[in-house]
Design a protein around this ligand. Structure first.
Ligand code: BG6
Length: 521
């Protein structure tokens, strides 16, 4: 297939870029991986783009024993992070660091929250934030509820009745381990906070190309008429990672790929591809529409046909990824040598509604695949009859629309067209829109958008509690079946794949049974 160059003419632009109200940003787990890899660099970029309010501060909370010991020590750690993230802009760094503060303590100790209340009161006054606070919980799941509860009991999560002073709490996944625990967590949070104060992050929703799904579908008249069972043959959603379990053995081995990637990112992307147009892009109509779609997804059941032919579950063995030998999952530090945790899942998902009845959505995600790539590929039905039989083209290749979420963000459309020349030749051409070459800059990190939205009080890109429950509801029975270890067909057994391959043979069979194959991204 020949890729064609794209030219872009921006005929008109519609933008909103609002600056948030003054606020203090408090990060629990400020020495952790998430804070240093994502949150701090994202806040710094917002700062350099003048998208943070002028009146703000960043207070990093750490548990005792974690270095550093002083504001200066914390600033040195932040500076090292910014240097490593190639954010070297010395003057901006100094100005950013001057607003960074630090508070050590034990998150389970009420005394910590007394200290936090006193410290934030002083910082609020000095910075002139008016008492607005954003609390980011970059903590293990076991601490989510205790921290929220302590914040509430210490009076730190209260808002003023007239809405002039707010407290917003950002919670990272996982939201529970299954439907029952997610409901329990939601119930507890509901007694402590209003839903409008809770921002459940799924960082995939902040990715540029994921946000673009809505614009592509609902700002262009040409896609919606063909976006349905009459015209779409099937959809493939792939999230492939080259990395292994990294240093997260403790969390990952308890979670596995289905909980880690499907309950959230994969189902969220599927929802955006398949949902009906919302009444508006405000948080509630948008999330209502997403919920409706989630509720139309057929939950995985114990049906032997489903378990046998709709699911592939596997773990990586040793192999070579990006030219380097890598160990198998069971040889990774901290992973039990007999671990049954899956690092790869492929599912066939059906949506029981008028638009999608009968159209399979194939979802796959895994670690230690050949390279990092996330994409959504919509394959259309072939033309009903080829008039090009004379060229030997009895069966024309179907059109394919591919949204590449990362790393080379873009959109491509494959069409059949005449090849230039006197001879009558036809072939597949790919029209490419490559974001970086067209817009000439790196798309912002998902966390930038999401952090900004929290400060702006916009919950559109955050998951509501009923959305979390609906996603667990789809997978709950499957998780139970796996945990019970019943003999229930291929979908239950753990397969293996070589690191650096595209996954287990079972995943290929899953499509082959439907006469299809995975596309190679
Ligand atoms: C996280 C998962 O939510 O997403 C990780 O816990 C995974 O296991 C990561 O590696 C992938 O995110 P991204 O943005 O790198 O595709």
């Amino acid at each position: 297939m020949t890729p064609l160059k794209t030219s872009v003419a921006l005929r008109q632009e519609f933008c909103i870029e609002t600056k948030p109200e003054p606020c203090g940003i408090v990060i629990f787990g400020a020495s952790g991986d998430l804070a240093h890899r994502k949150l701090i660099p994202s806040l710094f970029r917002l700062f350099t783009r003048e998208l943070l309010p002028r009146e703000y501060y960043l207070l990093g909370c750490l548990t005792y024993g974690e270095s550093p010991e002083t504001d200066e020590g914390f600033r040195a750690a932040v500076r090292a992070t910014l240097d490593a993230a190639a954010s070297a802009k010395p003057e901006a760094q100094d100005a950013f660091l001057a607003r960074c503060f630090y508070l050590p303590g034990d998150y389970r100790d009420p005394a910590f929250y007394v200290a936090l209340r006193e410290r934030t009161a002083v910082l609020d006054k000095d910075a002139g934030t008016g008492g607005n606070r954003l609390f980011y919980l970059a903590v293990p799941p076991s601490l989510q509820e205790p921290v929220v509860s302590s914040l509430a009991h210490a009076g730190l999560a209260g808002e003023s009745g007239d809405g002039s002073r707010w407290a917003r709490i950002v919670v990272e996944k996982p939201f529970g381990r299954d439907l029952a625990s997610a409901r329990e967590l939601s119930e507890k949070l509901r007694t402590l906070l209003d839903e409008r104060q809770i921002y459940r992050i799924d960082h995939y929703l902040g990715k540029e190309t994921v946000q673009n799904i809505m614009m592509l579908r609902f700002a262009n008249a040409m896609f919606e008429p063909v976006w349905n069972r009459e015209n779409v043959d099937h959809v493939q959603i792939t999230v492939a990672e080259a990395v292994g379990v990294e240093h997260r053995a403790g969390y990952y081995d308890r979670a596995g790929c289905l909980r880690d990637m499907f309950q959230n990112h994969m189902l969220q992307m599927l929802t955006l591809v398949a949902m009906e147009p919302p009444a508006g892009m405000e948080a509630e109509p948008y999330r209502d529409e997403k919920l409706k779609l989630m509720r139309s997804i057929r939950p995985f059941s114990k049906d032997p046909v489903v378990l046998d032919t709709w699911i592939a579950r596997a773990q990586y063995g040793a192999g070579t990824v990006l030219g380097a030998p890598v160990p198998g999952y069971r040889q990774e530090p901290g992973i039990p040598p007999d671990s049954q945790t899956e690092t790869y899942v492929a599912l066939k998902v059906m949506i029981d509604n008028w638009r999608w009845a009968g159209v399979p959505f194939y979802l796959r995600s895994g670690k230690r695949l050949p390279r990092k790539v996330s994409e959504i590929a919509v394959t259309f039905k072939p033309v009903p009859h080829s008039v090009f039989g004379r060229l030997g083209a009895e069966h024309l290749a179907p059109n394919e629309l591919v949204l590449t979420v990362q790393p080379e963000e873009g959109i491509s459309l494959t069409i059949e067209a005449k090849q230039p020349g006197a001879k009558l030749c036809m072939g597949s051409l790919t029209l490419n829109l490559d974001y970086r070459s067209v817009f000439g800059e790196e798309p912002p990190e998902a966390y930038e958008r999401l952090l900004l939205d929290v400060m702006l009080g916009d919950q559109t890109l955050f998951v509501r509690s009923d959305g979390v429950a609906a996603a667990w509801g789809i997978l709950d029975s499957l998780l139970k079946t796996w945990e019970e270890g019943e003999r229930c067909g291929k979908g239950c057994g753990l397969g293996f794949y070589e690191a650096g391959s595209w996954g287990p043979g079972g995943a290929d069979e899953l499509l082959a049974l439907d006469g299809r194959a995975w596309r190679t991204p």
